[in-house]
Ligand binder design. Structure first.
Ligand SMILES: [Zn+2]
Ligand SMILES: [Zn+2]
Length: 140
């Protein structure tokens, strides 16, 4: 009987030890998970912050693009070629369509709508900062 009690006591102690080890392991595991969770949340917050910043920048860039486009459209629509009557297009500059303004009547001309001589005069006057007048203002 005594032997059995002793044996049971030993078993109980062993079990207790196992339990406490198990408990510590669990605690450590939970701590680890919590830390991991915090890390993930921190990362998420950082990603969200970055995403918001990127969005703000994108919106600002978009607004700027819209402003520039509106201005270009306005400027293009405001002048039309006094020779062919075509209005300026927003992408004129990209298509290297050149425009020259007469300093007399303030009319605009496509470079290609000027005579060769007129174009040379217009380009030269731009180069030297001279005035250039169209054929109507100054019939050479
Ligand atoms: Zn023209
Ligand atoms: Zn003119």
């Amino acid at each position: 009987m005594l032997v059995l009690a002793l044996f049971q006591e030993k078993e109980r102690q062993k079990q207790e030890k196992r339990d406490s080890i198990e408990m510590r392991r669990k605690e450590a595991e939970e701590r680890k998970q919590k830390l991991e969770q915090e890390r993930v949340q921190k990362r998420q917050r950082k990603t969200e912050r970055l995403e918001k910043k990127r969005q703000r920048e994108e919106e600002a860039a978009e607004r700027k693009r819209a402003r520039v486009k509106a201005m270009a459209e306005e400027a293009a629509a405001a002048h039309f070629c006094a020779n062919c009557g075509e209005r300026g297009l927003v992408d004129d500059e990209e298509r290297s369509v050149e425009w020259y303004e007469c300093d007399g009547c303030e009319c605009w001309y496509h470079g290609e709508c000027l005579t060769q001589y007129g174009l040379i005069m217009a380009v030269t006057s731009l180069c030297y900062g001279d005035e250039w007048t169209c054929k109507r203002c100054n019939p050479w």
